[in-house]
Design a protein around this ligand. Structure first.
Ligand code: C2E
Ligand code: MG
Ligand code: MG
Ligand code: MG
Length: 292
């Protein structure tokens, strides 16, 4: 989607990052330098609660503010980071930055809107994940419920018994756990029951097909019912139109995220949004912070 954002990027994409940038040039020193010089930025995409009709949290989405090439989306650099074995650098950077932002909000606004971060497969499978996350929140004196961890279905289920155990530990400490891109993996519905998660995030592909394909509404309805029956909340991602919003709301979806409400935005803009919420007397929702 970033492809269409600005004209100056188009030449770059057309030339292809693969030949022009990543294959002829050794990416490792460039990426390491980018971390050292703090060229990465966490954008925040607001999430909206249907029942309360207000902001209920944010998802952290990483961008690379490249000095010459402009703003790069994760699809353009995360694969290189993974290939070079630098995932840990990325994961740690994202978690530190998210914690700093939460801390800043706590000090400045006296209220904290939860931030969801995307966990990489490697991170989720790492034996010290729980310890690392606990240390992070303790060091910043933050409540675990301020952080939501997004894990894709495929990752959570690749080793189901281990995945269940890790999620259980995270939940015991108070972290919230969401299954990202829900519906794109296999056996979703059957396994949903055994995963002690808080929330499912319905994948954008279901949402974008909504108007064209009426069967998707039927599938969505079943997914939402099942999730609710198991005591889990449901958010839909990639909502772009009023129609999609109305259908999802009617199907009982609890929250939405998408360009229709807001694209991912810079921290300053997210903070303006928060200030505006506070001016209207809206505080973070207990339902989005509850650990149960
Ligand atoms: P995701 O977690 O499923 O994130 C949702 C993606 O959909 C984001 O793309 C977001 O900008 C985009 N999006 C949101 N609303 C709309 C909409 O209404 N329409 C459309 N067409 N797209 C929408 P983005 O930021 O390019 O991120 C892509 C993927 O990269 C993410 O998918 C996630 O898997 C990964 N990613 C992003 N940030 C991080 C990170 O900090 N760490 C890790 N490990 N992965 C990340
Ligand atoms: Mg996500
Ligand atoms: Mg997603
Ligand atoms: Mg997705």
């Amino acid at each position: 989607e970033a492809k269409h954002q600005n004209a100056s990027n188009i030449t770059f994409y057309e030339r292809g990052m693969d030949d022009a940038f990543s294959q002829l040039i050794d990416m490792e020193p460039i990426l390491r330098k980018a971390f050292k010089h703090n060229e990465f930025v966490l954008y925040l995409q607001p999430q909206f609660d249907f029942d309360y009709q207000q902001l209920c949290g944010f998802e952290a989405l990483i961008r690379w503010q490249h000095p010459e090439r402009g703003l790069l989306s994760p699809a353009e650099f995360i694969p290189h980071i993974e290939q070079l074995g630098l995932t840990e650098l990325l994961d740690n950077w994202v978690l530190e930055r998210a914690a700093e932002i939460l801390k800043e909000w706590q000090t400045r606004f006296k209220h904290v809107w939860p931030i969801a971060v995307n966990l990489s497969a490697q991170q989720f499978q790492q034996s010290k994940l729980v310890e690392h996350l606990t240390e992070l929140m303790t060091r910043h004196q933050l409540d675990a419920s301020f952080l939501e961890l997004e894990i894709t279905e495929t990752v959570a289920m690749s080793d189901l018994s281990n995945g269940m155990e890790v999620i259980r530990q995270l939940r015991d400490i108070g972290f919230k756990v969401a299954i990202d891109d829900f519906g794109t993996g296999h056996s979703s519905l059957a396994y949903l029951r055994s995963l002690p998660i808080n929330k499912i995030k319905i994948d954008r592909s279901f949402v974008s097909e909504l108007q064209v394909n009426r069967t998707d509404a039927t599938i969505l309805k079943a997914m939402i019912r099942l999730a609710h029956g198991l005591g889990k909340r449901v958010i839909a991602e990639g909502i772009e139109t009023q129609d999609q919003q109305d259908i999802l709301q009617q199907l009982g979806c609890d929250m939405m995220q998408g360009y229709f409400y807001s694209p991912p935005i810079k921290l300053e803009l997210a903070e303006q949004l928060i200030e505006n919420e506070l001016k209207l007397g809206r505080e973070p929702l207990p339902s989005s912070l509850a650990t149960a």
